[in-house]
Ligand binder design. Structure first.
Ligand SMILES: Nc1nc2c(ncn2[C@@H]2O[C@H](COP(=O)(O)OP(=O)(O)O)[C@@H](O)[C@H]2O)c(=O)[nH]1
Ligand SMILES: [Mg+2]
Length: 325
């Protein structure tokens, strides 16, 4: 099973998983592919033609823009592709597709980074993002992911705005035998501060802190997020060890604005990109790579518990272009 691969540090890198495709994995790759194919309507169908000519390049350029790759990233990619196709005398669309895949991989590979637990005890992970991005769901999935690696997990219900968010976490905790630190209403910093203390006292391996959704334009809420980060640092030096932004993969170019704003406010260490199963906007990862690169630790490809997987650039590109793995 794929989780066993992650036990030793060397084979823990996601690309170690890319070499083989166990059955469980084939399922979620198919979902990633099915979602991305919606953006691929352009990308794959454009490249079905026979001849490589200017019209094909133009259709490809449009398709990249429509998938939310962004104008600058698209233009750079196209310039490289055109000159390479000319230089190598590429006349066949299938060859061009392979070239495009290579070009995308070169750009997305730097975003691939393995999430390394066990570097601190507890490893304190703060989850941020706008409403509905998938923060709370991702915490549940990550809790399961870490538990299956033999790590103990504790959750902090730092979304004190919505009682439902607390309930949602409590259900998760109950189902998986994980303690959840929560308070009725109150200050999110205080809840998370307490949770760090509890995690230390209980010798927990990974502590995941939920936070309320907020928009980058809501200044006071962004200030609150900074405060949460500072207070975590008071509960444990070096913490938070990870500050993750959860972005909804279907929001397209707006995701880039979120990456910029949350990074400026709290210093992001990584991204979780959710809902790629429903996305026609997979190109936005290219825009992030070009404009404001932050490592992508995990991608979400569905609502079920195993639908959060380490980001592997090669898999993403193969799914985007419908290339056989
Ligand atoms: N299809 C799909 N839905 C997701 C994914 N991740 C989260 N969701 C759904 O998105 C909705 C909002 O998630 P939630 O975790 O409550 O968002 P939060 O406000 O950021 O905490 C829920 O209905 C989730 O089931 C994903 O990868 N794929
Ligand atoms: Mg939530």
């Amino acid at each position: 099973m794929i989780f066993n691969f992650r036990k030793s540090p060397d084979s823990s890198h996601p690309s170690a998983l890319a070499e083989q495709t166990p059955p469980a994995k084939a399922g979620w790759l198919a979902r990633l592919g099915a979602g991305l194919k919606k953006s691929g309507i352009g990308l794959t169908e454009v490249l079905v033609g026979t001849r490589v000519d200017e019209a094909l390049f133009e259709r490809l350029e449009d398709a990249l823009i429509l998938s939310d790759a962004g104008v600058i990233a698209t233009q750079e990619l196209m310039a490289g592709l055109r000159s390479r196709a000319r230089f190598e005398g590429i006349a066949d669309a299938a060859e061009l597709k392979i070239m495009l895949g290579q070009a995308l991989l070169v750009r997305l590979k730097p975003l691939e980074k393995a999430f390394v637990p066990r570097r601190a005890k507890p490893l304190v992970v703060m989850m941020t993002g706008v409403n509905g991005a998938g923060k709370t769901t991702s915490i549940g999935k990550l809790a399961k992911h870490f538990q299956s690696q033999g790590l103990s997990v504790l959750l902090a219900a730092g979304d004190t705005f919505r009682a439902a968010a607390r309930e949602q976490l409590a259900v998760w905790g109950e189902r998986n035998g994980i303690a959840v630190i929560a308070q009725e209403g109150g200050d999110p910093s205080a809840v998370i501060f307490d949770a760090v203390g509890a995690a230390r006292a209980r010798a927990i391996d990974v502590m995941l802190a939920d936070t309320a959704g907020r928009l980058p334009t809501q200044q006071h809420l962004m200030e609150e997020l900074k405060k949460i980060r500072r207070v975590i640092g008071k509960a444990m030096a070096d913490a938070p060890h990870e500050v993750l932004l959860v972005v909804d993969g279907t929001t397209g170019q707006n995701a880039l604005a979120q990456v910029r704003a949350f990074d400026a406010a709290v210093g992001l260490t990584g991204l979780v990109v959710t809902k790629l199963d429903g996305s026609a906007k997979g190109g936005v990862l290219l825009a992030i790579a070009r404009e404001h690169p932050v490592p992508i630790y995990f991608v979400g490809v569905g609502e079920a518990i195993d639908d959060l997987q380490p980001f592997v650039a090669k898999e993403f590109v193969d799914a985007l272009l419908d290339l056989a793995p």
